[in-house]
Design a protein around this ligand. Structure first.
Ligand SMILES: Cc1cc2nc3c(=O)[nH]c(=O)nc-3n(C[C@H](O)[C@H](O)[C@H](O)COP(=O)(O)O)c2cc1C
Length: 183
């Protein structure tokens, strides 16, 4: 059974390391797992006045989430929490009340950082929101990538074997979980 995963997050900057981790996940995914990477840069700031008739980019994004079997998020940590643009898309997708496109969606998380903590605090904050939004989260493996800039080559490709193994394990856990839920 083919599993379709929608991946997003990264940071908005061109050479983003967390975006590179999403690209690595796409390359490492087994043949029967399709990972589509969605760029969230065009999603505007959340405005509750618009939640029942959201902008086209938001409507399309929610549709993509609904159509996907599972979600994979890769995030950096900003000031010990989630980057604002990522929280912004979570808020859009969760609204209006009763129309939460994340409801019962399997989700896996990766965080990365140029520091030593691997974005663990951002990941914890994401887990808090996703529990509230009733997502089915992968708990293990935890993919926390410290000193991420040392794990890529000059072209931004992942060259660290241990990180590649963890990402592979995570994508496998997410696709197996999604298959079980689809049965
Ligand atoms: C606004 C801002 C806040 C940051 N805060 C943290 C932080 O709390 N913890 C951390 O480990 N790194 C922090 N960093 C450093 C990031 O780990 C580093 O810039 C990383 O490369 C960002 O991810 P990206 O490569 O995907 O853009 C921060 C960076 C920025 C720009």
């Amino acid at each position: 059974m083919q599993i379709n995963i929608l991946g997003f997050g990264g940071s908005l900057r061109e050479g983003s390391y967390s975006k590179a981790m999403l690209n690595a996940a796409k390359e490492l995914a087994p043949k029967d797992v399709i990972l589509e990477i969605f760029d969230i840069k065009d999603i505007p700031l959340f405005n509750q006045d618009l939640e029942t008739a959201p902008p086209e980019s938001v409507r399309m994004f929610k549709e993509k989430i609904r159509a996907a079997d599972a979600i994979l998020i890769s995030t950096p940590e900003y000031n010990h929490s989630i980057p604002g643009y990522l929280k912004n898309v979570i808020d859009w997708v969760s609204r209006p009340y009763g129309d939460n496109a994340f409801e019962k969606k399997p989700v896996a998380l990766m965080s990365s950082s140029t520091g030593v903590m691997g974005g663990v605090r951002a990941q914890e904050h994401l887990r808090q929101s996703f529990a509230y939004l009733n997502m089915y989260m992968i708990n293990k493996p935890e993919v926390l990538i410290p000193a991420v800039h040392e794990k890529l080559d000059a072209n931004g490709r992942l060259i660290d074997q241990m990180t590649a193994e963890k990402i592979t394990e995570l994508v496998n856990a997410l696709s197996q979980w999604s298959r079980q839920l689809k049965k």
